[in-house]
Design a protein around this ligand. Structure first.
Ligand code: C2E
Ligand code: CA
Ligand code: CA
Length: 851
């Protein structure tokens, strides 16, 4: 401020010095009546009143056409009179219409004085001694006017830059935006002044072209403004369309809007739908004050409900709780709305610059910008919605697999050395059966119920997802060592609670597998796979919960190379079959043998069958394996038959074999090729096959039985036996698992089991075999318990065919022969399959069904 006042003093001083230098200026060039002073003062006032704004880039520059009164004054007034006319005319208008500060008035006074003196001084100097009307006068007047206006502009820029800085660019802007107007209006004013000399009475006519020019320029100014608005909107649109995130869009928009409207402070408030909570999505400048926090805020209601942007005067701002900026500064509020309703507000405060205020057309511009912002926000909202859908499981509302993997990835990245990331994978056992027997709507209901239980247990803090139809996954980030297993235990208890259906109660089994991120595993897919492996292991072994270990993983590199070798071994028929005799416990006669596959690996040596059989099962090689064992077993039977023995051959079938619709045909073909009757074959099956797909497994079992084969239920007691299965199955033999037999003599519990199994088998009309008979005492005990058949190391280990044949003749055991009675007890039990309960039946109220 002192600088501005100082500048005013300097300018006035310079003016006075100028008058001193050229005393001529004090008298008028042409004599004129005294009222001319008044007329010219009025002309100055009119010019100041009709000031119009020239916009250049984003700067608005006031442009008053004071050239005409100045030109007239050069002719008809002396410098003092002119100064008075100018100060009175212009300052009065400035003071009344623009409410300037006092120092600005002082500055303007100094500037006007200086400008007038400068004009007179230059005009008189250019004129020299030539006193008269001529070309020189016209030219010097035009030049004088231009110079005076430009110098005026320079000083104005200088002062504005004192407030806003950036003098050079302000000068350039000022010059570029006004130069054409300065030239045109200076020349026009000069011509009009000259015209008044020739033809004083008609000088007024000259005002007409001047007025026309003034209007044209104004129009031009408006058109240019519209173009700039259009450009600004376009710029805003393209900047907000660069993002699909609402926050980001609001932030980019507010910066643009603040810039375009030249405002000091601005904010975008958005309303969350449907809650109506409001939040400040973006703001610039110092805080605005009390912005609404709810769409229903009564103070803001009019703006939320309104369709157009409005200018707020300071009083209205105070009413809304917006902090006032500079004195008199106002604000604009524009609704951010889609077709029918507002979902946000744009608030813009304090136009930059001393005494600058928003005008009604600024509100229009703000409204147009709010509309652009609205459409960008709507797109973003739509995109967010679609994206959210893509990450979400529709049925349960949980995260889906993709979202889960992403969350695991983020957790792994964020994990440090002290915390560990674990995944718990929870699978529902035999969920397909639930769907198939009870209907998909029940299945869906159960999934939702499980979701609710899990959510309830783990809380909102953990990422819970449904990663497959019947599989849920939980992400745990924890540093306690047993976090995963203790969480699994808790999950098991809630998941296993029975489910109340409208007309029954249902018990569902779940299996949980967990994997922990070690230092080696850093990618989500691997961690998920490991949890999956553990979960499947838990499922297969009915253990409830398993932690991932390398031993249970079938897809380790070692497994893969074993698989390749197994494939080659099958291709080149390198697998062998050994035979283990079965004896009748009552008579001691050898009545049969079990065919057991053997693989002598070229480098690893003996590979336990359990290991590679399982590998074959999971990779589809099992069909080929079963075929080869079947081939060797039947040709062994052929040989034994040819020798004159009449043995029964047990053959292990895997679950997948039983589900294979072709199996029966292949067995029949094989038997026919060797000319062996089907009743010499005893396929051994386990209950697992029935649990997997009971209907199809039953079909196969029935077809084998119909062919004449005698089915044996292997590993009895280890699976999920239930009497209903036993009743359904067309079996001839029940084989007690060797885990009960081995310790038969020492473990009373085992003895109870063996004894009751024998009773059970007999009651169902089955003969009962015991495997794993390792010594004479056990064999004796089994015989005493009424067991029919025995097999085990105590009788003989499995042997290759040649040794087995030799053993038959040298072991001292009698061997069943064709035509010898008592060797084979055919099954006489009548089977009534149709009356057997179906799998997965609904429990009656009060009773619960175990799936
Ligand atoms: P499994 O069907 O229970 O076969 C009996 C297993 O018990 C055989 O093991 C046999 O060697 C063993 N064993 C027999 N007597 C005794 C004894 O007194 N004490 C002990 N400790 N063990 C005895 P192996 O040959 O290792 O076979 C293991 C399993 O591999 C079999 O159990 C069967 O599930 C599977 N397997 C074997 N051969 C085949 C095959 O050709 N096809 C299919 N699908 N599975 C087979
Ligand atoms: Ca077996
Ligand atoms: Ca067995």
């Amino acid at each position: 401020m002192p600088v501005v006042v100082g500048l005013a003093v300097v300018l006035t001083g310079l003016g006075l010095v100028g008058v001193r230098l050229h005393e001529d200026m004090t008298t008028s060039w042409v004599a004129a009546p005294p009222w001319t002073v008044v007329a010219i003062a009025l002309a100055f006032a009119a010019a100041e009143r009709m000031v119009f704004y020239v916009q250049y880039r984003r700067e608005a520059m006031a442009y008053a056409m004071s050239e005409l009164p100045t030109a007239m004054a050069l002719l008809y007034l002396g410098v003092w009179q002119t100064i008075v006319a100018r100060l009175v005319g212009s300052l009065l208008v400035v003071a009344l219409t623009r409410r300037p500060t006092w120092y600005k008035l002082v500055f303007n006074a100094g500037l006007f004085t200086f400008e007038i003196v400068l004009a007179f001084f230059v005009f008189h100097v250019l004129q020299g001694d030539e006193q008269g009307f001529g070309d020189l006068m016209v030219v010097s007047m035009a030049l004088t006017l231009m110079l005076a206006t430009i110098v005026d502009g320079v000083f104005v820029s200088l002062v504005v830059s004192l407030f806003e800085g950036d003098l050079l660019s302000k000068l350039v802007q000022q010059f570029r935006s006004t130069v054409s107007m300065v030239v045109v209006s200076s020349v026009a004013a000069t011509l009009l002044a000259c015209f008044s000399l020739w033809w004083p009475d008609l000088a007024a006519i000259g005002l007409i072209p001047l007025g026309a020019i003034w209007m044209l320029l104004r129009r031009h100014g408006l058109a240019a403004q519209q173009l700039r608005d259009f450009e600004a909107l376009h710029r805003l649109s393209s900047s907000v369309s660069r993002s699909l995130h609402r926050d980001e869009i609001a932030k980019m928009a507010i910066v643009e809007i603040q810039d375009i409207l030249r405002s000091d402070r601005a904010a975008v408030v958005l309303f969350e739908r449907p809650s109506g909570t409001a939040w400040v999505a973006a703001s610039v400048g110092s805080p605005l004050g009390d912005l609404p926090t709810q769409i229903g805020d009564p103070r803001w209601h009019a703006f939320v409900a309104g369709a157009a942007a409005v200018v707020l005067d300071p009083a209205a701002m105070v009413g809304l709780g917006i902090e006032l900026g500079a004195k008199g500064a106002n604000a604009i509020v524009a609704p951010v709305r889609d077709d029918d309703q507002s979902f946000g507000l744009l608030v813009v405060c304090d136009r930059i610059g001393p005494n600058a205020r928003f005008e009604p057309n600024d509100a229009l511009r703000a409204g147009a910008m709010a509309d652009r912002l609205a459409s960008a926000l709507k797109n973003a909202e739509l995109h967010e919605h679609i994206e959210e859908e893509a990450w979400r499981d529709r049925l349960t509302g949980l995260a889906n697999r993709t979202a889960f993997e992403r969350a695991v990835g983020e957790a792994l990245e964020a994990a440090d050395t002290t915390s560990s990331v674990s995944i718990l994978m929870l699978g529902i056992d035999r969920f397909r059966e639930v769907n198939e027997t009870l209907g998909y709507h029940v299945g869906d209901e159960i999934l939702r119920e499980i979701t609710a239980r899990l959510r309830n247990l783990v809380g909102e803090g953990h990422t819970l997802a449904r990663v497959a139809g019947d599989e849920f996954a939980l992400l745990l980030v924890d540093d306690t060592p047993d976090a995963a297993s203790s969480m699994a235990e808790r999950l098991l208890t809630v998941a296993l609670d029975s489910f109340r259906l409208p007309d029954a109660e249902l018990v569902i089994d779940v299996s949980i597998g967990a994997a922990e991120s070690g230092r080696a595993t850093a990618d989500p897919a691997t961690l998920l796979r490991k949890a999956d492996v553990a979960m499947h292991w838990a499922k297969e072994h009915h253990s409830g919960f398993e932690m991932y270990r390398v031993e249970i993983d079938q897809r380790t590199p070692e497994r893969l190379s074993l698989l390749a070798d197994l494939r080659a071994a099958l291709e080149h028929c390198h697998l062998d079959v050994h035979f283990q005799p079965k004896i009748d416990l009552v008579t001691g006669v050898v009545v049969g043998a079990e065919a057991l596959v053997r693989w002598e690996h070229p480098t690893r040596g003996f590979v336990p069958p359990l290991e590679f059989v399982q590998l074959a099962e999971t990779t589809g090689l099992i069909t080929e394996l079963t075929d080869q064992v079947l081939g060797k077993a039947t040709s062994a039977l052929r040989l034994l038959n040819d020798i004159g023995f009449r043995l029964d051959m047990s053959l292990n079938l895997s679950t997948l074999d039983l589900l294979d619709l072709d199996l029966v045909d292949r067995v029949a073909r094989c038997l026919a090729e060797q000319g062996v009757p089907a009743d010499q074959l005893t396929p051994e099956i386990t209950e697992t096959a029935l649990l997997e797909d009971g209907v199809r497994a039953l079909e196969t079992a029935e077809a084998l039985q119909a062919m004449g084969a005698h089915l044996s239920i292997d590993d009895f007691g280890t699976g999920f036996s239930s009497l209903s299965y036993l009743r359904m199955l067309p079996a001839a033999e029940l084989k007690i698992d060797r885990s009960f037999v081995t310790n038969l003599l020492n473990e009373t519990r085992d003895e109870v089991i063996v004894r009751s199994t024998i009773d059970l088998g007999h009651n169902l009309g089955l003969r009962v075999a015991a495997e794993g008979v390792e010594d004479e005492a056990t064999r004796e005990r089994l015989r005493a318990l009424g067991c029919d058949l025995a097999q085990g190391y105590g009788i003989s280990r499995p042997m290759p065919l040649s040794r087995f044949v030799a053993w038959l003749t040298t072991s001292g055991h009698e061997v069943a022969r064709a035509g010898v009675d008592g060797a084979w007890k055919p099954l006489t039990r009548p089977l009534d399959i149709s009356s057997a309960p179906t799998l997965g039946r609904l429990a009656q109220p009060g009773e619960s069904t175990q799936y």
